[in-house]
Ligand binder design. Structure first.
Ligand SMILES: Nc1ncnc2c1ncn2[C@@H]1O[C@H](COP(=O)(O)OP(=O)(O)OP(=O)(O)O)[C@@H](O)[C@H]1O
Ligand SMILES: [Mg+2]
Length: 396
């Protein structure tokens, strides 16, 4: 870990010397962050002292660079990011773009902004969920003109359900289809930020999202930021982050012209505190796959592999995998796909790199054997808990 911090710091210094200050700031912060984590687990007082000195150095340098960048000279000289997109009042363009760039940089370490590439057809079953996500996310972003007057989009949407059933997939498919700027935040990452950086990060995130609207902010594992107040040990910092997040999500409501939507996902909905829960106006239950969906998932996850399976075999597999999640099935498939390769390898047939090998088809027997070994993750009693929660708070 220490070594890693040193590498980041060295990179920071190089960037700093090359005048690439924004990237340098990120690297300095990253190095400091790592050291802060490192110090937590280190018991050697000399080492702790040394690290603390380094942390201070990095933070000071990062702050100095930030101050430099936000100075008047830096603003004027920095090129406008996209001159074709006028923003703000006349004369302000340069300043806004420079600020925008700075904000973008500040969130780039923790928040992914590139678009995923998941198509609806990659997701088996979940017809109702797909429709709900289309109505709540895709349409408001693609056709905002439909959502005027009383027909307002829901500002917050929560996907909940057992692990491995397609929540993250649905979010990605929605983002792929609507071509909005997609921000993907792991809520656990938000919390692990140091020294009040979480708060800055959150506020930058929503600012950038507003600038780049239409935007979709996807907050995965939302339960980890917002566990029920008072339960467990929460520091003052965590509470502040929560409160701020609540405010930001609340604030989203007031922007009508260009849609900005918040999509949360969780497999522990009962842990979300009521204040946060109420911000998510629409709650969509993503259940375990039903039988036809399971057949579809087996097909998707064996696509492109030589297979002796017929349609009726997929139906048999679906019947035999009752209670399995999409992820369980995908694990079964990965295991099965390896069986023919493993057989060849154990027979010593893969040793000669030039020798052509013929890999046999996967068959029903391989699957039945593997299903016996890989058991479903979600048990009956937990499932009941989801269903009860869905009945109380959800839609499906
Ligand atoms: N309906 C489905 N169709 C095809 N593949 C699926 C489906 N559901 C789940 N999978 C497979 O399971 C994996 C996990 O799904 P995903 O990440 O969407 O689960 P999740 O609901 O977000 O789980 P978690 O609550 O653990 O985050 C996917 O990457 C995919 O391979
Ligand atoms: Mg997920």
């Amino acid at each position: 870990m220490y070594q890693y911090a040193v590498e980041e710091a060295n990179a920071a210094v190089k960037l700093d010397e090359a005048g690439r200050y924004r990237q340098a700031i990120n690297k300095y912060q990253r190095a400091a962050e790592i050291l802060i984590q490192f110090v937590k687990y280190n018991k050697n007082p000399m080492m702790i002292r040394k690290c603390q000195d380094q942390i201070e150095q990095y933070v000071t340098r990062a702050q100095a660079l930030k101050a430099h960048l936000s100075g008047p000279r830096a603003r004027r000289s920095s090129p406008a990011v996209s001159p074709s997109e006028p923003k703000g009042e006349g004369g302000e363009e340069g300043a806004v773009s420079s600020e925008e760039q700075e904000l973008m940089d500040s969130i780039s370490g923790t928040i992914l902004t590139e678009s995923p590439n998941v198509k609806w057809k990659d997701i088996a079953g979940l017809k109702d969920c797909k429709q709900a996500v289309r109505e709540a996310i895709v349409l408001p972003i693609m056709k905002p003109q439909l959502f005027t007057g009383a027909r307002k989009p829901w500002s917050g949407i929560l996907l909940f359900g057992p692990p491995g059933c397609g929540k993250t997939l649905l979010a990605k498919a929605a983002a792929t289809e609507c071509k909005a700027t997609f921000f993907s935040v792991s809520s656990a990452d938000l919390l692990s930020k140091w020294l009040g950086e979480s708060e800055k990060l959150i506020s930058s995130l929503f600012k950038v999202a507003r600038l780049k609207a239409p935007s979709l902010i996807f907050m995965d594992e939302i339960d980890s930021v917002t566990t029920t107040r008072g339960s467990g040990h929460e520091g003052g910092g965590e509470r502040r982050v929560k409160t701020q997040l609540l405010q930001e999500i609340q604030g989203v409501k007031s922007t009508h012209d260009k849609p900005l939507l918040v999509l949360g996902a969780t497999n522990r909905p009962w842990d979300i505190d009521i204040a946060m829960l109420s911000r998510f106006e629409k709650k969509v239950y993503v259940p375990l796959p039903d039988q036809p969906a399971r057949a579809g998932i087996f097909k998707i996850h064996t696509a492109g592999v030589n297979s002796a399976l017929k349609d009726e075999d997929f139906i048999e597999l679906a019947v035999r995998s009752d209670g399995y999640s999409g992820r369980d099935i995908s694990n079964v498939c990965r295991e099965v796909i390896m069986i023919p390769v493993r057989e060849l390898d154990m027979g010593g047939l893969l040793e000669d790199p030039d020798k052509e090998v013929i890999v046999r088809d996967i068959n029903l027997k391989d699957f039945l054997k593997t299903i016996k070994k890989i058991k479903p993750m979600t048990t009956g009693s937990v499932l009941k808990r989801y269903q009860d929660w869905a009945e109380e708070f959800g839609e499906f």
